[in-house]
Design a protein around this ligand. Structure first.
Ligand code: URA
Length: 206
């Protein structure tokens, strides 16, 4: 896995660039992805957002959160006064996983084993970026950051991530794709609550 790849270099990567070179070269755990989708944003960003795994559009474009859920995230962040370009945006899992339905590639949720396989990269990434606040978008990010399955409804809000010497002030909120799946009559309220979380996140990061 990722650790074995790192061992081929004499040491652990000392820069985000070096880490990204490793991630780019690694084979997907489940075959099919076009490319690894790396995190995006400046080293030293105050806020880091962690999603689940790249979707169809992300896989094709090689950038995180650029498909429908990504556009919703970017819009909500803007409404909350967060400039996405100044934040660090990444995923717990770096390769798209899907099943084919006709020609459509339907996103498949990563298993706990897959999340744990990619966790070393995420830990290293966050250590190298050094954000003030790490935001988990949805349950997969929470699993990646804590090693535990914690329901979002219970943990939503400020949360301390403390793993393997990586200590971060954190914040747990829903995944934007959850908002897309809600029935129409529930969407507006859930979206407003998401923007409310992002406003609080902006304040905590200030
Ligand atoms: N969903 C995610 O969790 N990450 C992406 O990059 C896109 C959709």
């Amino acid at each position: 896995p990722a650790k074995a790849v790192a061992a081929m270099f004499d040491d652990e990567p000392k820069s985000l660039e070096a880490l990204n070179a490793i991630i780019r070269k690694a084979e997907p755990l489940v075959p099919g992805a076009t490319q690894a989708v790396l995190g995006e944003g400046p080293v030293g960003a105050t806020l880091a957002f962690v999603g689940e795994q790249p979707g169809d559009q992300e896989d094709l474009k090689g950038r995180p959160f650029v498909g429908p859920a990504g556009m919703l995230f970017t819009r909500a962040a803007e409404e909350a006064g967060i400039d996405r370009g100044e934040a660090y945006v990444t995923n717990a899992v770096k390769h798209f996983k899907f099943t084919l339905r006709g020609k459509r590639r339907i996103h498949e949720k990563p298993t706990a084993g897959e999340v744990s396989h990619y966790r070393w990269w995420l830990d290293k990434e966050l250590e190298l970026v050094g954000p003030k606040l790490v935001v988990a978008l949805g349950a997969t990010a929470v699993l990646a950051l804590t090693g535990k399955q914690i329901p979002i409804t219970r943990a939503r809000g400020p949360f301390r991530f403390d793993r393997q010497g990586n200590r971060f002030h954190g914040y747990i909120t829903v995944h934007p794709s959850y908002l897309l799946r809600l029935p129409d009559e529930a969407k507006a309220e859930a979206y407003a609550a998401f923007v409310g979380d992002l406003r609080r996140i902006a304040e905590l990061g200030a």
